[in-house]
Design a protein around this ligand. Structure first.
Ligand SMILES: [Zn+2]
Length: 78
């Protein structure tokens, strides 16, 4: 049934569905981040180090992502 063997998948942090990696946009924290409300930067080449956040192509996910990330970072900060 599953032919996903060779396809790296990532989960969209907003809708939590899984997509082939190339259909997602990766965001990473900016280089220096001590700020509680930092802005994630897109990483189209997917080469930046560190924890990445993947967001799918759906408009609602793109829209919600900035708010979402703020919540994620708050949780992570403790
Ligand atoms: Zn999504």
């Amino acid at each position: 049934m599953s032919c996903k063997g060779h396809h790296p998948e990532r989960m969209c942090v907003v809708c939590r569905e899984r997509f082939p990696k190339e259909e997602l946009t990766r965001f990473v924290p900016p280089e220096e981040t001590n700020e509680p409300d930092f802005r994630p930067v897109p990483d189209p080449a997917m080469t930046r180090p560190g924890r990445g956040y993947y967001v799918c192509d759906q408009a609602r996910c793109r829209e919600r992502f900035p708010k979402m990330i703020a919540g994620l970072m708050k949780k992570r900060a403790r």
